[in-house]
Design a protein around this ligand. Structure first.
Ligand code: HDE
Length: 703
């Protein structure tokens, strides 16, 4: 519970207290029928050692309920973490939309957000290389609005009918259900190699964006082009963006894999802990707005969800800020039962004909019917709008509402025609009037067939370090693919994007170096393994700065950065205290790591509290390391312990800041050994301020 949250009313605080104690606090155990239970520990038996009796309604009720505790997990995005918060308008945009939650300065709307991975099961690791779902439910005064997006801008396919194929390909393989939560296997890359429309999103997947440091440090994208409608019925195209106030940060792949073993709940825990200590994660909601008449202005199609609109072409305007300030009270009731749907829109927002979006509009209600067991999932507390729900829908599985009206149809005379419709002027929902004059066809627009131009733009917008990471990611993923033909085909596709990258990855896979594509054949179907029904467009824009993480780094503070103080008996306790005080003052999270729990004795015999041991934690769970000075004996002990040494080495090899004082300088240099290529990012006998500056930098890539 947040003690520092002064914005809470007394009754909210009392409610918090009750929640903390639990709803059963101070009460008696009963059955589901309200009968007080006398013995909850023993089954009714014929004699103490005799058979159990069928008539034991208490035991049978308890076990029956337990047997049905699980509901089907989500088909995709099964692994997720949620949080409550508030969205506040900072720059209202009534000129573009009449949606009330966006058009009044300072207006606050409650939200619930669920972040997720895509591929793995509900119990899978938080740490696959994977897209993160970023779904936001706004409880607006006009009803529920759901913005169900991802942390990557493009999607993998551009027609809904391909979604089951895409998901089957990326999920564990059907015969042995291997691998869990990983795209590094044959069926995924087989799909990629036969569906080049995936390739732009694949580049995002291979980039550092899909191994984030924290869910608090990811961007969100609505992906599709939506519509805004203002009070005068003018329509604008809009793309939604969430920009994390903390900036974007990622892990390195080796570190990411190790975290997956050391703490598979790493992201869930990080989000929970930050909110719990009052370090509330924040995002700005941005919109790219395009007038109707500009629909055909670009070399790509706005309706194609495998494309983004570069921010250089249409800038992102910030509308408001979302702050996540409360952890769920119950994971199942809220995070598991929340039901998002891109079709939950409010007046002022509307759809476009993006064929992926159109398919989603069918899918999300349909999936809740089997996942949440019937048509009344909107009555589950987390899904309820904050405005009254009044209509003639009745009954069905798990109906909570007790309808008392004489009629359940419209129009009627018996109930004076209530509930009745709402006029447009009074805020009734009106669909945008769009003229459609076309043949009914099963086809895809030719404007959707450019599969490479934005993959090229994305790759060219990265720094050299990020390009290296993409190259290594392709090498890892394709290296796990068993069928050589699939690897070869993907190399040919990479060659369409960048020759050097294709050469590097081919080298790692032991494949022939791809041939130069002659100038006049570049971006030509003839260079491809077969005709993929692709058109080749050379991107006009060479670079978009917004696409790189490192070009947009934020280095202004070290809030919530996790810092390990590695030491043991004999440490300089005053140094530990001084660093802890100052780093905690900067709102970093400092933990003392030693060889045993409890306390260690400093060189003067004073006790120092230990938070973790070198075997309960690991350097990969920290952002930076401080090794204080200490006695010769302390460094002898630490030098003879493999896990202490691994701690120091991994911190260095994962490019993270290190501060070392006194004898610790020699210790860390000896431990890092011949891998010590530069002392960049190592603060030797420096001040705490110098260390804080290094922690702000986060990584020192020149090592
Ligand atoms: Fe989803 N998607 N999706 N999706 N999606 C689901 O709905 C689906 C797509 C996204 O935290 C499911 O309630 C189809 C794009 C998120 O609860 C399901 C298509 C984007 C979440 C479904 C797409 C997303 C889902 C599974 C192609 C980003 C998790 C459980 C036509 C812009 C929401 C559920 C949460 C969940 C279907 C494509 C994001 C099966 C058919 C594009 C963040 O209905």
């Amino acid at each position: 519970m947040k003690e520092n949250d002064s914005s809470k009313s007394k009754s909210e605080k009392q409610q918090d207290l009750a929640v903390n104690k639990g709803s059963g606090y101070g009460k008696r155990l009963t059955t589901n029928q309200g009968v007080k239970i006398n013995d909850d520990n023993n089954t009714l038996k014929a004699g103490e050692r005799g058979p159990s009796l069928l008539e034991d309604f208490i035991m049978r009720e308890k076990i029956t309920h337990f047997d049905h505790e699980r509901i089907p997990e989500r088909i995709v995005h099964a692994r997720g973490s949620g949080a409550h918060g508030v969205f506040k308008v900072t720059n209202p945009i009534p000129q573009f939309t009449k949606a009330k939650f966006l058009s009044e300065m300072g207006k606050e709307t409650s939200v619930f957000v669920r972040f997720s991975t895509v591929q793995g099961s509900r119990g899978s690791t938080d740490m696959p290389r994977d897209v993160r779902g970023f779904a936001v439910k706004f409880y607006t005064e006009d009803g529920i609005y759901d913005l169900v997006g991802n942390n990557i801008a493009p999607f993998f396919i551009n027609d809904a009918i391909k979604f089951p194929d895409f998901v089957h390909a990326v999920k564990p393989e059907p015969r042995n259900e291997i691998p869990q939560a990983a795209s590094a296997h044959d069926t995924f890359w087989d799909f990629v190699s036969t569906s080049p429309e995936t390739f732009h999103a694949v580049f995002w997947l291979m980039s550092d964006r899909c191994i984030p440091r924290s869910l608090r440090m990811i961007e969100g994208f609505g992906t599709h082009t939506f519509r805004f409608l203002n009070d005068s019925d003018e329509s604008f195209f809009v793309k939604f963006h969430w920009k994390p106030v903390m900036g974007l940060q990622s892990l390195v792949w080796d570190e990411n894999q190790k975290i997956s073993g050391k703490d598979p709940d790493f992201h869930r825990r990080d989000l929970w802990d930050a909110i719990q200590v009052g370090e509330f994660p924040e995002w700005d909601l941005g919109v790219q707005i395009l007038p109707e008449e500009d629909e055909f202005k670009f070399e790509f199609d706005l309706l194609d969800p495998t494309k983004l609109i570069p921010e250089e072409l249409v800038p992102v305007q910030i509308v408001g800020r979302m702050t996540l300030n409360r952890n769920p009270d119950n994971f199942f009731a809220e995070t598991e039962q929340v039901a998002f749907h891109p079709g939950h829109i409010v007046p002022g927002i509307d759809f476009t004909n993006d064929p992926l979006l159109q398919g989603r509009l069918f899918s999300y209600t349909d999936t809740q019917l089997s996942r949440l067991g019937g048509p009344n999932f909107h009555e589950i507390p987390i899904n309820r709008p904050v405005v009254p729900v009044v209509n003639n829908q009745r009954d069905g599985m798990h109906r909570m509402t007790i309808d008392v009206d004489e009629t359940s149809y419209h129009p009627n005379t018996i109930n004076d025609n209530y509930p009745h419709q709402t006029s447009k002027a009074e805020g009734g929902f009106i669909t945008h009037r769009e003229r459609i004059d076309a043949y009914k066809v099963r086809a895809r627009s030719k404007s959707f067939l450019d599969h490479y131009s934005q993959a090229i733009l994305f790759y060219h917008s990265q720094t050299e370090i990020e390009k290296r990471h993409i190259a290594d990611a392709f090498s890892f993923e394709l290296g796990k693919v068993k069928r050589i033909e699939i690897r070869r085909n993907v190399i040919k596709m990479i060659n369409q994007v960048n020759k050097d990258l294709a050469v590097y990855v081919a080298g790692k896979l032991g494949l022939d170096i791809p041939k130069d594509i002659p100038e006049n054949m570049q971006h030509s179907p003839n260079a491809m393994p077969e005709d993929y029904n692709t058109i080749f467009v050379k991107p006009k824009l060479q670079e978009s700065k917004a696409l790189s993480i490192l070009k947009n780094r934020k280095t202004d503070n070290i809030r919530t950065r996790k810092i390990a103080v590695l030491c043991d008996d004999g440490v300089d306790g005053d140094q530990v205290d001084a660093y802890k005080d100052q780093l905690n003052g900067e709102k970093a999270m400092v933990r003392v790591v030693a060889s045993h729990l409890g306390t260690i004795k400093d060189e003067n015999g004073k006790e120092v509290m230990v938070d973790d041991t070198d075997i309960t934690t690991s350097s990969v769970l920290f952002d930076a390391l401080f090794v204080p000075d200490g006695t010769e004996e302390m460094f002898e002990t630490m030098s003879s312990d493999t896990s202490f040494k691994e701690f120091v080495r991994d911190t260095y090899l994962h490019y993270k800041p290190i501060a070392a004082n006194g004898k610790a300088v020699g210790f860390i240099k000896k431990v890092i050994g011949e891998d010590l290529t530069t002392t960049e990012g190592i603060v030797e006998d420096g001040t705490v301020e110098e260390f804080v500056d290094a922690v702000k930098e986060a990584r020192f890539w020149n090592r």
